[in-house]
Every structure is written in C-alpha cells, then in structure tokens.
Design a protein around this ligand. Sequence first.
Ligand SMILES: [Fe+2]
Length: 277
Amino acid sequence: MQKIYASTQALRFRWINAQCFEFVMPNGKTLLTDPYFDDPDRFQAGKGMSLMDFSVEDIEAADYVFVNHTHGDHIKNLQQVYDRFHPIVICHSAVAMEIARTHDIALTSIYPVDFNGKYYFDGFMLQTYHGTHHASGATYGALGGRENELDAMGSIFNVNFILHTPEGMRIAFVGGNDDGMTERFREIRPNLLIRNKMGSSRDFERVAERFADIFVRSNTQLLIPMHCETWVNERPDFLNEVIGDMNRIMEEKHLIGRVSLLERTRWYGLNLTITEL
Ligand SMILES: [Fe+2]
C-alpha cells in the first residue's frame, strides 16, 4: 500500500442518479444538483434510469439545489427535497417563474442565475455557462403546451457550471452538447470534469472516442461520466469497455487525465495527496 505523506480534501461528493450529485464543501454546506432519484411510476429494477431503494430520506443535506435544465429526470424530486431541507434553488432566470408557479417553494428561496455569471455562495462559487440539450425533436405542442412549460424549456437550454472551492479546486458540470465548454476549459482547466454522455442513451456510435476527444482537448485531470444510469442498469459491460477504452486512449497520448465510473449513492473524496512512489 502506498504511503500517504499529506492529504487534503477539497470536497466529498457522490453520484446519486442521472445528473443528481451531492457535493459537500469543506465548510459543510451541501450543493445538490438536478434532483431525480425516486420515481415509482417509471422505475423498474435494473431498467432504464431506475435507482431502487433510495428516497429523499437518504439525501444527507441540501443547502442549495442547482437545476441544469427542467426536464422531469432533472427536477422530479425537487419538491420533496425542498420540503425536507428548504434549500436555495438555483436555476436559470428564464425558468424561475415557472418553477415558482408549478412548485410550492418560497419565492425568496428561488435564486435565478444567468449565463456567464459568477455567483458567490457560502463555501463555493459557481460560474455559469450557456448550454443546449441533445437534439430530441420534441415540439411545444407535442409536449402539451402551457401545462408542460418546464418540460419544453428543458429542451431549449441547459446551464452548465464550474464550481470553485475556496482552495481553488475547479469542478466542471456539463450536460447536453458541448457548446464551447471544451474551448473554455483550455483557459479554466478544471481538475475534475463531470460530463453527460455525448448523445442519448440509445446512441452507441464511437462513444469512447467522442468522450475521449473532449477529455483530450480539455486538459482535465479527472473525468466522471454522469446520466449513464441506463447503461449502468442495462449494459454494464459496454460502459466498462467505454471507460477502459478512454483510459487507454489517454495513456497512448501520454496524457495524465483518467476517467472513472462512480458507483451510484456511494461517497467519494476529491483529494490532493502526496504519496511515496
Ligand atoms: Fe433532458
């Protein structure tokens, strides 16, 4: 076993499901993203986006909730999380009013943000970026119009972010299309990139290569795929192959970046460590 000489923890975190992560900052404040973990109408053991035996009672804390976009598989459990923890709900200003209309959330707990902003919270800072959704073809009318406005807006835009910790760790959180994020990473150089797949869960074309391509161009040290729970449930061998291929591509290019799949609901630490060689 490698001897650790010194180690410092930037934060604790875990992937829960879809784009739902729980980040615990060094000061103990917790940021929860895209709450979607409990959906009895859709969840079937080992199928699709299902995560079984996990409910809002299993969330440790939520001082802040961040909404990347407003599709059901990103906000379905928002009300439950709000009822239990009364967090500040950080969302794009264009969806703030519709979240207020469709949820029972104190208006002063809704925290609208815009693209290209810096937002300072207790224990972390978020930099926000414009993002778009993977193409779906859905129209406003087909989604049911006014009654499903959040669903419609979810297809129109995403909000990506870089989370900055007080110690200078940079964690990028990107859903949907690239929208210039890889280009921005040249300057921002995130330590950790948490990235949705490059396409839908039914898109199996050159997955490792496309994923590796952004990773290679990002100068990022670590990458964690997210929103790949359908593959975790239904095609674990394919997903492990993708991860293995990506690490092989990085090694062949003599790049230090490495990718790993997290086990859903399990806690991890993001550390800076000095070890014996
Ligand atoms: Fe979506």
